[in-house]
Design a protein around this ligand. Structure first.
Ligand code: PLP
Length: 409
């Protein structure tokens, strides 16, 4: 048997044209400006690693190291990310008419959002390829995660975010020593400032969403974990709150890789891209039958992490949804905030507004009959509700010390 290597990365491939690129030098997008996808020698992985071996490894995302791009173990920059719980939600599931409802809870990961997965793998690989620092525009959580992981790896970080992004994410950047700028605009405006700044700095790599290939590799591990946690079977449906789309593109990529590895049997799950009505370019493109989205004007939703008016990888999200017989659906802020409270009261889970959007979508899809009710349905909760305290109004009186708590209502 050939020996197992740390990574079986073989090359990068343009997601539009299939042209191949060298994976061992710093790469951004392809020659046609499309995201690059990391490809592995899957035959070698299948011949050298078993699912049982993976099960015996430490409970973090590096257990899938052959399928990750970092070649040298010493470059792994970790804060213990991965293997988050896959929780049954029997009471809330029964309320929604979907008793087989499960939640993959990414609120329990370093920095409190699944952006830690992309940052762990992206920062590790940037360091391995010799970067001195990383630079990115962000809606908050990605900037927080990349700042923290950059600090852990001894790299610099330059972050720009909208002034409206969740306040805690600024704090996370600052405490980790990032160079932070706030922008009176949206993530695209922040992106222009970052691109201009990077052009003037040696050794800083721009790591905007899908403009470098390895964040996707970190996020795809959610797909590996869901399959492993279900005994290497797939659920029937996976719902994902879609902004730039990296998570859903990554889960789709993981499913295809696992099928090629012979690790998965049966149909792929139907993938559902969930957006907020105030910013739903991918849902609109899906409904129009188009392969790419049109930029949204005046985007606005409380689910800040999915406020992406035009995603570079929109066509990949639409492919993932259509190839798996999934769908794309938007919900209102009112619906997602209601779902956030209902879930917390039924199950004690305080999810982020983006995750709550997926629960609101389950509600709608069950009402419309798209979900029959007998499926195993996994919702990705992409972050902790603790990062968004302002989404829950707290309207209670402060009592004088000699006051009385009102009698039970
Ligand atoms: C970034 C983010 C998303 C959207 O992720 P993409 O991979 O860009 O689609 C969803 N939820 C939260 C909490 C986020 O921070």
């Amino acid at each position: 048997m050939p020996t197992a290597h740390f990574s079986a990365l073989s090359h990068l491939e343009c997601s539009r044209t299939g042209t191949t690129f060298d994976a061992d030098v710093v790469q951004g997008t392809s020659d046609v400006g499309a995201p690059l996808l990391a490809r592995y020698d899957l035959g070698r992985v299948a011949a050298t690693v078993t699912r049982e071996q993976i099960a015996s490894r430490a409970p973090d995302l590096w257990r899938y190291r052959e399928l990750l791009p970092v070649r040298g173990e010493r470059h792994v920059c970790s804060l213990g990310e991965g293997m988050t719980p896959l929780l049954r939600l029997p009471r809330y599931g029964a309320q929604l008419g979907v008793p087989g409802l499960l939640m993959k809870d990414e609120g329990l990961i370093p920095t409190g959002s699944f952006k830690a997965r992309g940052a762990a793998v992206g920062v590790s690989r940037a360091a391995e390829l010799g970067a001195r620092g990383v630079a990115m525009p962000t809606n908050g959580n990605a900037g927080a995660a990349w700042s923290v992981y950059a600090a852990r790896a001894g790299l610099g970080s330059l972050i720009a975010m909208p002034v409206d992004a969740p306040e805690i994410t600024r704090t996370e950047c600052v405490v980790a020593g990032a160079e932070l700028s706030l922008v009176d605009g949206l993530i695209g405006d922040a992106g222009k400032l970052v691109a201009a700044a990077v052009a003037e700095r040696d050794g800083f790599q721009e790591v905007s969403t899908l403009k470098e290939p390895y964040r996707l590799e970190g996020k795809k591990t959610m797909g590996y974990e869901i399959a492993e946690q279900l005994g290497w079977r797939t659920p029937d449906v996976i719902l994902y709150p879609t902004g730039g789309g990296v998570g859903i593109i990554g889960i789709h990529k993981a499913l295809l890789e696992m099928r090629e590895l012979g690790w998965l049997e049966g149909e792929l799950p139907r993938l559902v891209a969930v957006q907020a009505e105030g910013c739903a370019p991918i849902v609109e493109a899906y409904e129009r039958g188009e392969s790419e989205s049109r930029p949204v004007k005046d985007a606005h939703t409380v689910a800040f992490g999915i406020t992406v008016p035009k995603a570079l990888g929109d066509f990949l999200v639409l492919d993932a949804v259509r190839q798996t017989d999934g769908t794309a659906i938007s919900v209102t802020d009112e619906e997602l905030l209601a779902a956030q409270g209902e879930l917390a009261r039924a199950e004690g889970a305080f999810v982020c507004p983006e995750g709550a959007a997926c629960f609101a979508a389950v509600h709608r899809l069950r009402d419309s009959g798209w979900l029959r009710g007998d499926e195993r349905v996994v919702v990705l909760n992409t972050g902790s509700g603790l990062k968004y305290p302002e989404t829950v109004p707290v309207d209670v009186p402060t009592l004088p010390v000699d006051g009385r708590i009102p009698s039970a209502p």
